[in-house]
Design a protein around this ligand. Structure first.
Ligand SMILES: Nc1ncnc2c1ncn2[C@@H]1O[C@H](COP(=O)(O)OP(=O)(O)OP(=O)(O)O)[C@@H](O)[C@H]1O
Ligand SMILES: [Mg+2]
Length: 402
């Protein structure tokens, strides 16, 4: 795809580019009108997501994720390009399937410019939506199934040298058959081992604040797949607590919450932490005792589960289990064994998404956006106020499960 250097772009070139995009005949890029939009199910940082139906095959449902082009004077946004490249590489039962990229032409009449859409197989729920609905009750075997599939997905992407970097319940999709799909590869990237002894210098401004591991909060740039295991630990605890376990409002506050739960951040618990850029500038309780198991036990009655969460939430990233080790944990190999969610989900006839669950009041999406999105999806650097996705929500979802 053509990219334009910002310094060279002027209004004439912008108009030329718009004309070029509009008049180009894309042999491999269908018009999005082949799908009929049904309902909006998500509002991400990078665009909105609609449930849609294939006009030629009415039983086929897809998710259309619009690529935000608004501020793009440089052509197709690099973030979306990265997401597409990574999704094209990945093919696994527990990873969302990208079907194709579609486009829409600009319309002088409706005053909108050309857009692109990522078209995915549709999943009926996301985990944040399911956890927000207290009528959805997971048995221990069902929780094991969710976590097992999550680690299977992580094992696969990490084996393919991809880090997700935005693990959170809203980015975990669940189909009505109970199959889990890791979604939202908008922040994902390829990783490599240190080359010639030179450490990697990745950005640490990734992962939604509440799920961000301590190494990123302390400025580490040479991190690896273990950042996703921290996120998986937060999500696993949430399977019982039903709302995110550490809802910081700033990076400093997030570190404080981590220290209160996981114990003082110091070289005894985490050798080498003193070398991290922000170690001496951030403040947190210096004497705090680790109390992950104590704090979670009232919710997480299963001992194996408590033990696995405790390990995933280890401060030192090198001590966290990788996805393979997590799958080998006793939790998955003691009764009750993982069991399908299909039957339980069949009892719920409405789709559950974070976007539709938040805001309440008859599914008022504007409120959903203002309340939940601004906070639960606060990207690095943003300050999020203390919203609570948990709340007392349990109804008000708009969309039907077909
Ligand atoms: N294939 C799909 N099927 C059903 N719903 C989906 C699908 N893909 C995404 N969604 C819904 O849309 C929401 C936003 O999508 P996604 O996370 O990919 O966008 P995003 O802009 O990167 O989001 P954010 O930046 O807020 O994390 C998801 O949380 C989910 O609820
Ligand atoms: Mg997302």
């Amino acid at each position: 795809m053509t990219t334009y250097t910002p310094a060279l772009v002027n209004s004439t070139q912008e108009a030329e580019m718009a004309h070029y995009v509009d008049t180009l005949d894309y042999p491999f890029c269908h018009d999005v009108s082949k799908y009929e939009k049904i309902v909006k199910v998500g509002q991400g940082t990078f665009g909105e997501v609609h449930k849609a139906r294939d006009r030629r095959n009415k039983s086929k449902f897809v998710a259309l994720k619009k690529v935000l082009m608004d501020n793009e004077k440089e052509g197709f946004p690099i973030t979306a390009l990265r997401e597409v490249r990574i999704l094209q590489l990945l093919e696994h039962e527990n990873i969302v399937n990208l079907i194709e990229i579609c486009r829409s032409k600009s319309s002088q009449l409706a005053k909108h410019s050309a857009s692109f859409y990522l078209v995915f197989d549709f999943a009926e729920h996301d985990l944040a939506g399911l956890l927000s609905n207290f009528k959805v009750k997971f048995s221990l075997g069902e929780i094991k199934s969710v976590m097992k599939q999550m680690f299977n997905g992580l094992y696969y992407i990490h084996a393919n040298k991809i880090i997700h970097r935005d693990m959170k319940a809203a980015n975990v999709l669940i189909t009505k058959k109970g199959t889990l799909k890791l979604a939202d590869f908008g922040l994902a990237r390829a990783f490599s081992l240190e080359r010639n002894g030179k450490p990697n210098r990745y950005t640490n401004r990734v992962v939604t604040l509440w799920y961000r591991p301590p190494e990123l909060l302390l400025g580490e740039r040479n991190y690896g797949p273990s950042v996703d295991l921290w996120g998986a630990g937060c999500i696993m605890a949430e399977m019982w607590t039903r709302s995110p376990i550490m809802q910081g409002s700033t990076e400093q506050h997030q570190l404080k919450l981590i220290a209160q739960l996981c114990g003082a951040i110091n070289p005894t618990a985490w050798p080498g932490v003193e070398k991290l850029q922000l170690y001496n500038t951030m403040e947190w309780p210096k004497e705090a005792r680790r109390r992950v198991k104590d704090r979670l036990r009232p919710y997480v009655k299963d001992q194996g589960a408590c033990d696995l969460i405790d390990k995933l939430l280890l401060l030192d990233p090198s001590q966290r289990p990788d996805a393979d080790a997590a799958l080998m944990h006793d939790f998955f190999w003691t009764d009750p064994m993982p069991c399908s969610l299909e039957k339980m989900l069949a009892g719920h006839t409405t789709s559950m998404f974070e976007y539709l669950a938040s805001g309440r009041g008859g599914g008022g999406q504007a409120a959903a956006q203002a309340a939940a999105h601004a906070q639960a999806t606060a990207k690095p650097g943003e300050q999020s106020s203390n919203a609570n996705r948990g709340g007392q929500r349990n109804e008000g979802f708009k969309d039907m499960v077909y």
